[in-house]
Design a protein around this ligand. Structure first.
Ligand SMILES: [Zn+2]
Length: 161
């Protein structure tokens, strides 16, 4: 028997103001997208903005449904749209921001497990890392250099061959 230790490095920015200018713009795009979320059930609105290799920004927000599992998270709305529109273009980074009608969200909100798996698919497909920045409404912004940092030992297509 042996033990393997998995390490993840997370960079923490005190506030959005500490982000590099281009990332700040990306996060503001996520915040704008968040405002159009359709979240009548959870009251938890999320916006995601991803930047492609040609610097085009694509946004998404959560879309809920009366049949709860039929809804979709902001991150997947954005990355599936990017994949549908530009199947051969790489994604460089994703910014995520969340807010709630119930409480002030002042902690970074990472992508859920399903979104991590979905984003991982594109990271594997494009053979280059996707940097993830995430925050609440205010407060710290967290950054990981690649999606795989949030989902070690991920399930990916090489297992299916
Ligand atoms: Zn999700």
């Amino acid at each position: 028997m042996r033990t393997i230790t998995l390490k993840t490095t997370v960079t923490v920015f005190e506030t959005i103001e500490e982000l590099p200018e281009a990332v700040k713009l990306l996060m503001h795009a996520a915040i704008e997208a968040r405002k159009n979320a359709y979240a009548p059930y959870s009251k938890f609105s999320v916006g995601a903005a991803l930047i492609m290799e040609n610097d085009e920004i694509i946004t998404g927000n959560n879309q809920e449904n009366a049949s709860y599992p039929s809804g979709l998270c902001a991150e997947r709305v954005a990355i599936y749209y990017a994949g549908a529109k530009y199947p051969h273009r790489k994604v460089k980074a994703i910014a995520i921001s969340a807010t709630s009608d119930k409480n002030k969200v002042n902690v970074p909100i990472p992508p859920c497990g399903s979104c991590r798996q979905a984003i991982a698919e594109y990271e594997v497909k494009q053979k280059s890392p996707i940097t993830i920045y995430f925050m609440g409404e205010t407060g710290n912004v967290m950054k990981v250099d690649a999606l795989k940092d949030l989902l070690p030992l991920l399930f990916e297509k090489s297992f299916l061959t």
